[in-house]
Design a protein around this ligand. Sequence first.
Ligand code: CTP
Length: 408
Amino acid sequence: MTTHFSALRGKNVILGVTGSIACYKAVDIASKLVQAGAVVDTVMTRSAQQFVSSLTFRSLTHRSVVTDLFDAESDDAVEHVALALRADVVLIAPATANVIAKIANGFADDALTAVVLATNAPVLLAPAMEGRMWANAAMRQNVSTLESRGFSFIGPAEGRLASGEMGRGRLEETSTVLNALYEAIGGGSAGDLAGMHVVVSAGGTQEPIDPVRIITNRSSGKQGYAIAEAARDRGARVTLVTAPTALTDPDLIEVVKVGSARDMLASVESALRAGADALVMAAAVADWEPASAAGQKMKKTWETRMTLELTKTPDILATVRELPGVKVGFAAETEDLLGNAKEKLSRKGLDLIVANDVSATDAGFNVDNNRVVILDRDGAQEELPLMSKRDVADRILDRVRGIVDARR
Ligand code: CTP
C-alpha cells in the first residue's frame, strides 16, 4: 500500500534516533515518511548505532546519515546547523531519558542535541524508557521544562517494556507518532476537506454464535479503507470504524476496531455525537445475529440438523438518522439495483446512496475496482464508469463536500 498524505510531501523532516531497544521502530517511521514523500535526514546518537546501523537509514532515506558532530560522512563540520535551518520539523523517536535531560538543559555535545539547539522548527519527542525512569521526579521536571518551551511529547504508551515489566514507557505506535507529526506541520489545514471530521465504516461485521464461531460476509473492506484514505489525503480528520479485514491499518487515521453490528453502532454513534461532519457507511453490516451467543463452544450432537435462532441487528444508519452530519449509505445489490437503492435512501433517511451491483465479477466485492451509481435525495443519478475504488472514493467525497458546503 502506498502511503499518501500530501502535507508531508517535500517536507524536510529530521529524524533523531537515540539509543533504545525501540530503535528498530524508527526504521518503520523513516520508511513511512519516505513513502509519504518527506525528505528525511536521520541524525543518530552514538548509542543508537549500537542498536541499528546507519546503513539501514541511509538505504531507506537515500540520504547520508549524520552520526557525529564532526561527521566523517560529511565534509562540512557545521552540517548540523544547515540541517537545523532547513528542517520543517524535528522528530526524536525513540527519545531516551538521557537525550531528554540533555535537551532540557541546553546541551549540544553531539549532532542531535546541536541540531535541536540550532533549529526554529517544532521539535517532537517520542520517549522510550523504563516506567520508573519516566515517572522519576527529574524526568517530570525535564518534561515540564521542555513543554513550557514549546516542545511536544508523543506518548510514551502503556504496555510491556524492554525489562518485561508493564508500565508507561513504550515508544508510541508508528501511526500515532506520524499523526502527531502530521498535525505539527499543519497537515490538517491542507486540502479541500480540511477542518472536516469524516467517519467511515468498513469490513463485514462478525456476529458471534459461540466463543469460536461467527456469522459474517464476504466484504473485503477495500472500498471503505479507500474512502478513509482519500478523505485523509484531502485534509479531513478521519475515524475509520472497521470490522475485521485483512488490510493494514492506514496511517494518520483513527482506527476503531469493532466486531459485531452492535459494536459498530456504538462507535459510529459516539463519533457522530462528538460532532463528525459526515458518515460514510461502507461496511457490510450483518442483518441478523444469533438470538443469544452461547457462552461455551457448542458441541456437536447426534442430531443431523440444528436450528440457529436469529434476531435482527440494529440498523446503524436508521438509528443515527436524527444525528447531525451528512449520511452516505451503500446498496450492494444483485438485482434491481436502482429500485433497491432508492428504497434504502428514503427508508434510512440518507443524503446519498452509492449503489453497486455485486454480481459483477470485475467490480465490487474483493477486487480493486468498482462501478457505482450515486443517487441523491432529489432523485439525481450519477452513473460512474468502472474505476479504482480510490477514484470512487474521491467522487463520493466530492459529493459529500458539496452537501457540507451547501449547509454551511
Ligand atoms: N446498514 C446499516 N445497518 C445495518 C445494515 C446495513 O447501517 N444493520 C447500512 C450499510 O452499511 C449500507 C446500507 O445500510 O450502507 C445498506 O446496506 P444493505 O445491506 O445493502 O441494506 P439492508 O438495509 O441490510 O437491506 P437488504 O439486506 O435487505 O438489502
